[in-house]
Ligand binder design. Structure first.
Ligand code: SF4
Ligand code: SF4
Ligand code: SF4
Length: 340
């Protein structure tokens, strides 16, 4: 077919863009050296282009559905209130526990009897009654905060698994009714007991009181919240690590700058104190020897004021050097020096 003819039929453009007009037979459009082989089958017969040509997109939808894990398919059937009544921290862990054979499929009160029937059909098991140790099937409630009593402690916000409460520290909090799944989780943490769960679906319970769209939306909000919490946790950890690194970096130069304590024999002050101490010790021994011979100092009562001042100054220096003890403590003024 000539170029002109191809343009006229749109086949040339289709070859360039890869779009296949429905009016003509599947054909290989490999960009370099399009082989031009026209086939009736969805697979090009050209050996170099043996990859399958996509059929309808539904084929891929079917494949994707089949490849979902059992836990994912179980989770798809759960009401996603994230209430933890099943004994697991959220719907997803409960689904995984059922898939692993670790939990029974009748532990979800928000799903109620219909939820059990859905799971039983998926699992190929009989429909059994709800295990009421996990709670009763009931009309769906909505959390309502008494805003006159709320003290703005944020505890309910932190407990809400789907971010359905708006507020800030020391501010009034309020429930966004459209987002509330009725999970009850905000009630216990409230220190002033100002949250009431008000039934809003009349006689309707379980899946009759809850739509698939609401479940999907709650699931998405819960997933977003987990992502946000993980991001905040990672950011807090990074900040803590940065602070620690900064403290370490500041401490290290100081440690390097700090001079090493000189050894005692290199410290001039210590050396001086040792010499003085030794001299005092010699003097004390000499005094004891003299006293034992009855030859102690005789002129202790006749010390002039000038000399006494010198003595006091010396004693003061010794005291500053830490060389005095009670026995050697200076005596003020002209007191009795006989003890020395
Ligand atoms: S809705 Fe509540 S009880 Fe049911 S699976 Fe989810 S967390 Fe568990
Ligand atoms: S507002 Fe309370 S009851 Fe409603 S979803 Fe949040 S925690 Fe659950
Ligand atoms: S837990 Fe109670 S007091 Fe605290 S913010 Fe929530 S509603 Fe207000």
């Amino acid at each position: 077919m000539s170029v002109k003819a191809e343009r006229a039929t749109g086949k040339r453009d289709a070859r360039r863009t890869g779009s296949v007009p429905t009016s003509w037979t599947p054909k290989c459009f490999q960009r370099s050296g399009a082989c031009g082989v026209i086939t009736a089958a969805p697979r090009c017969s050209h050996r170099a282009h043996a990859a399958p040509v996509p059929k309808a997109s539904s084929q891929f939808l079917v494949t994707a559905t089949v490849s979902r894990t059992l836990a994912e398919r179980i989770e798809d059937l759960l009401p996603q209130t994230q209430c933890t009544k099943c004994g697991y921290p959220a719907c997803r862990p409960y689904a995984e526990a059922i898939a692993a054979g670790e939990a029974n499929y009748n532990q979800c009160p928000p799903g109620g009897a219909e939820g059990i029937a859905r799971l039983a059909a998926l699992l190929g098991k009989p429909v059994i009654p709800l295990d009421t140790t996990h709670g009763e099937e009931r009309a769906r409630p909505l959390a309502v905060i008494d805003e006159n009593v709320c003290i703005g402690c944020t505890l309910c916000m932190q407990a809400c698994p789907v971010d359905a409460i708006a507020g800030a520290a020391k501010q009034m909090h309020t429930v966004i009714a459209e987002l509330c799944t009725g999970c009850d989780l905000c009630v216990p943490p409230c220190p002033v007991d100002c949250i009431a769960m008000v039934p809003v679906t009349g006689e309707r319970t379980g899946w009759d009181a809850w739509s698939q769209q609401e479940a999907d939306a709650a699931r998405a909000r819960h997933d977003r919240r987990l992502t946000r919490l993980e991001r905040e946790r990672a950011a807090a950890e990074a900040r803590a690590n940065a602070r620690q690194a900064s403290r370490t970096a500041q401490a290290e130069p100081k440690a390097q700058e700090k001079p090493e304590a000189p050894a005692a024999h290199e410290d001039p002050e210590a050396k001086k104190r040792a010499i003085i101490q030794a001299a005092l010790e010699r003097a004390r021994k000499k005094k004891e020897e003299m006293a034992s011979l009855g030859a102690g100092p005789k002129n202790t009562a006749q010390v002039s004021a000038a000399v006494q001042a010198q003595i006091d100054a010396a004693e003061e220096r010794r005291r500053r050097l830490g060389l005095t003890d009670d026995e050697n403590a200076p005596h003020s003024g002209n007191g009795d020096k006989s003890a020395r």
